[in-house]
Design a protein around this ligand. Structure first.
Ligand SMILES: [Cu+2]
Length: 147
């Protein structure tokens, strides 16, 4: 009987440890946010805030390819040198941010950085001129990662 109780105790402890590690691997409380590219050259919303451990998914609902590029000059949230294609017609990208900081990004097809690391619109060479005569705003966004 005593042996059986000991075995039962071990089994219960194993169940408890398994349950604890499963919940640690599956942080259901972590932020999961989405940035959409509508059928035009912009990220929506422009700015989002998550907590460390959270995930952001980009989805491109435009008929053109776009990119998510983050320049190390102002990226303090990790994923240094990030430069990925966000494919047309539903393409997705997902990033998990493990520590606080800012992830400033742009689309290299529809924005560029000037000599001072300021995003600029593509202008007459690559931009599409609107009826107001402007060549749009640089396609960019920012993710703020809080502790
Ligand atoms: Cu783009």
């Amino acid at each position: 009987m005593r042996k059986m109780l000991f075995a039962l105790g071990i089994a219960m402890a194993l169940v408890a440890v398994t349950a604890m590690s499963a919940s640690a691997m599956r942080p259901d409380h972590a932020d999961k946010k989405r940035v959409m590219v509508p059928d035009e050259d912009r990220f929506s919303p422009f700015a989002i805030t998550i907590h460390a451990g959270g995930t952001v998914q980009w989805q491109n609902n435009d008929t053109d390819n776009h990119t998510v590029v983050s320049d190390d000059a102002f990226n303090t949230a990790g994923h240094q040198g990030f430069d990925m294609i966000l494919g047309a017609n539903g393409g997705t990208l997902k990033l998990t941010f493990t520590h606080p900081g800012t992830f400033v990004y742009y689309c290299r097809f529809h924005a560029a950085l000037d000599a001072f690391n300021q995003p600029t619109a593509p202008g007459p060479d690559g931009g599409i001129q609107g009826s107001d005569g402007n060549f749009g705003t640089p396609m960019s966004g920012v993710i703020t990662v809080l502790p």
